[in-house]
Design a protein around this ligand. Sequence first.
Ligand code: FES
Length: 401
Amino acid sequence: MLFPALADLMKAFHSSEIKRLNIFGNFRQVLKFTELFHFKNYSLCIFAIKYHDMNAFYALKIKEIIRETPQAVSLSFEIPLELLDKFSYKAGQYTTLRIPFEGKEIRRAYSLCSAPNSGEFKVTVKEVPNGSFSALANNKLKAGDVLEVHPPEGKFIFEPGTISQNYAAFAVGSGITPVMSIIKSVLFQEPGSKFVLVYGNRSLVDTIFYKELLELEIKNPDRLFIEFIYSRTREDNSQFGRIEKSTVNYVLENKFNDTEFKSFYLCGPEEMIQNVTGILKEKGIREENILFELFTVKDNGAIDINVEGETKLTIVVDDEEMTFSMDKNKTVLEVALDHDLDVPYSCQGGICSSCIARIKEGKAEMRKNQILTDSEIAEGLILTCQAQPTTPTLKVDYDDV
Ligand code: FES
């Protein structure tokens, strides 16, 4: 991989037509190149490195920042023509932003709220208490700033078909962001399909996309149906409370009792997702028709893995293999990052699935896992941000997933 990339770089460098190039992707390789060619001021002198790299981030310019609520903004990015393929996405997917912050690197995963066929690439960032990137996005970033952005990923997706279907979503707070992308895709790409949204917030003023949703509902009176639910304020044309069993019953048994839904999309805090999933299953909805995306998980959801001693850990990433000795109380991802390996990850909290690898030798246990199914675990897949080794040797492969 190194030499084709190097050839590209040198060709580009000697081309008089190219005045300005961009650094893309793996910083370790960029540093290798800049050292090799004595480009000491590489932070000013920006080069293009093109190679396949599952962990590549790309410098994208913010086209526009839109204030959605007092606590949330949407960032819309400009995608250069040469990156359109890499940044094409399915409704419901997320992207990861990589940001230098107080001498470290932080990564944050955000769902795309725009629709794939809209030509937009837009995420929404809600400011959270003591948040680092969320505070930056809400208060400091401006159009024209450049962020490092990972191509979209994720399995919480809607793929348009050729026949008309019915879909329902239960979303809370910023959990609306991937659901917004899915709603727009259903409305624009499956012309006869219907969508029922149950959307919980504390109050109307906190409701992300309130106006846009109402406009979509008015434009599609026979296809989009929205139940707004507020837990702190009483508003017209809405329910007071939270999404709970009675809400699900009201929607499925009362308002839409003669409607058969193809899929249910759940997005928001873990508790809501668990509750609604349980109720849907009681009603006979099959598990494969319930898709969910966690936005937060309960801290007390993790199990303690009591292991002592050291493990010989081998990590395969980007066709390179490295072996280390590790404390069994650490996770595989922590050790990979301690050794500066360019492995894929995003949330570091067992939510996003970016850090999946396959166990090739040995065993590991996950502190928590709401992402991988039993059959995926049986196949050897693990979330490396949650996985602690339980055998004297462990080999994991990030390339084979
Ligand atoms: S980094 Fe998100 S699940 Fe591991």
